[in-house]
Write a protein that binds this ligand. Sequence first.
Ligand code: HEM
Ligand code: HEM
Length: 201
Amino acid sequence: MPSTKPYQPLVLRLLHGITALVVISAAITGFLVYDSWDGRFGRLALTLKNRELIDIHGTFGFFLLPTLIILTIYSIRVGYRRLIQADSFSKLKEVGKPIWWYTLQRFANTLMLISALFALLTGKFQDENWLPQGILTQPWYYAHLLAWCGVVVALALHLLMSVKVGGVPLLISMFDAKIRAEDSPKLWSEKMKNWLRNPHL
Ligand code: HEM
Ligand code: HEM
């Protein structure tokens, strides 16, 4: 475990926190929609069929588009060291070494991003009237259900790998409220101007 307390840039904490909240809320409400209107692959029968649940789920889905796209752009441009990189596949051969675990964590982060993007894409092809009309066999509907499984598996791996490489302090660092002086929002406009002037830095 690292000896110093991990620190995450404020922009990442905000983008990641909002996206994680929306993805998890969509996964829970999505499950409830499935559980009440479908249930062919198992059912807990937690709620009765109700139209509002579909609308609530659709609202989380609606907000997912901007937050997930911005997080994706940030992660690729700024946080790329924590996603898979050109040499990641060769690092997979170093089984058991610290770099192997870091590489697995990077795969897990990338998988989290891809699975959420897949749920977003397939969600956009859903019709809110299918389930109330008993239409349950549309290919895009099956793809969306599969995407839910992907998000659940990816989230489990994402959390497990983050705990493995950084322990609970790393998990907490993603939701910490402390702000370092050099990370202050007061400097954001200046940093943005610099970045626009020289985006390759
Ligand atoms: C991680 C899991 C999930 C995510 C991230 C997700 C995301 C989305 C998104 C982005 C939309 C489009 C909303 C819009 O802009 O109109 C959507 C719509 C929809 N999703 Fe999901 N979804 C998930 C799981 C599920 C599950 C398990 C079901 C179960 C049946 C489901 C059923 C629906 C339905 C019926 C719609 C259409 C609702 C509407 O357009 O108002 N979703 N979802
Ligand atoms: C409660 C749930 C979550 C926790 C506790 C959590 C925790 C973390 C932690 C600790 C890291 C930092 C890893 C590091 O510094 O090496 C991280 C990175 C990341 N997480 Fe999550 N995460 C959660 C949910 C999600 C969700 C739902 C997404 C969906 C998109 C997501 C996407 C990412 C991405 C893309 C990164 C890499 C960011 C970068 O460095 O650019 N996380 N997460």
